[in-house]
Design a protein around this ligand. Sequence first.
Ligand code: NOJ
Length: 448
Amino acid sequence: MNRDPENSFKWGVSTAAYQIEGAHDIDGKGPSIWDTFANKKRKIHRNQNGNIACDHYNRYQEDIDLIRDLNIPNYRFSISWSRIFPEGVGPINMKGIHYYHRLIDYCLKNGIEPWITLYHWDLPDALEKKGGWTNRDILIWFEEFVSFCIKTFGDKVKHWMVLNEPLVFTGAGYFLGVHAPGKKGLSNFLAASHHAALCQAHGGRIIKSIKSDLKVGTTFSYSPIEPFNPENSKDLKATKKANALVNRLFIEPLLGLGYPVNDFKILTRIEKFVKANDEKDLKFEMDFIGLQNYTRELVKYSPFVPILNLKVVKASKRKVEKTLMNWEVHPPSIYQSLMELGKYSGVSEIIITENGAAFSDSFSNGKIKDEKRVIYLKEYIEQVLKAKNDGVNVGGYFVWTLLDNFEWAEGYHPTFGLVNVDFESQKRTIKDSGYWYSEFIRNHARKE
Ligand code: NOJ
């Protein structure tokens, strides 16, 4: 039985398959681009990988018990595409399907509403061998995967998100080469971006055509961009360019506004990959937009950075409070993100599908008193509720993340979890922030 009434504010917690599941090659799972990338030398901090991670594949019951005990009514997780289709398309892996059935059923049995992200960066490696996101056939491959998931799990799971942060997986994975699959260059990036933008809309259409009563969204990274020196016209121009790239590239085509080429001319080169009818196919009306905010960015003109001609001035250079990711702690950023996204007329509802902080934690008398994380969450949530009060239709907030886990190229070093994981013994310990969030939800629900 679900404890969360339909119209209540959705409090939740988020994870992603590759970051927690482990079991990278068991029960018939095929390799994903992250399995391949992370197992290469010098790609990941300390050459770590997600082969075992939090072993959530085997320990999901214990982890769902934690969510239940913490009184968190909504759980967002992702499906590993290659656990279901080991080769990306074609033969299916029954053991993988059974695993997700068990996970979903266990959530439902414990009164936890499952929210599923279809693509959280772990493309089947077999598809990357055919060009991955740079190959337009991804539209066909993705359709097979999405249709299958909806037909298989759509009777049990109501909330679906098509893509997770397309700018990050195309930017880090196909432009900078610092995430899987490690490709570089503008052409790879623009091809991957256009196909991802098409897939985000296409995925939405597929879901609705199979089950029109499902709630469909997709998620975006969003960071307010400010000029390093507001008096400097070059910094101001760089800020506009960065905003077009970082915040507008994927949402605007989805809303039917096209790519933001006017503020960043180089983006016109995406037209090379655009075919007749694409403009209309990029558009889709989502039930909700997932907003993922952690910080703001200060941007500066720089003639030395090729293509972009701008750079981000890191928090470490600005004498501000920062997290282990070197991201500035700046709670008004989430308010501003909500205000900016909320202004688009095509955005009906926003859910904060991720927000949280990596700080170093230590045990004292068996406990983790992660005061900084508690303050971070408290202050960011206050800003979310302020935006709600000020008229933004924000319907939910999910903490990133349940467990300390594999933070992509950064490995296991940045710990974001409400729950500590000892990766030797796989022992879980709830941090003070976990208890705080639990209590906060309880009090908030009482007031609603
Ligand atoms: C963005 C991603 O969706 C998630 O996978 C990542 O761990 C967090 N934000 C923190 O960087």
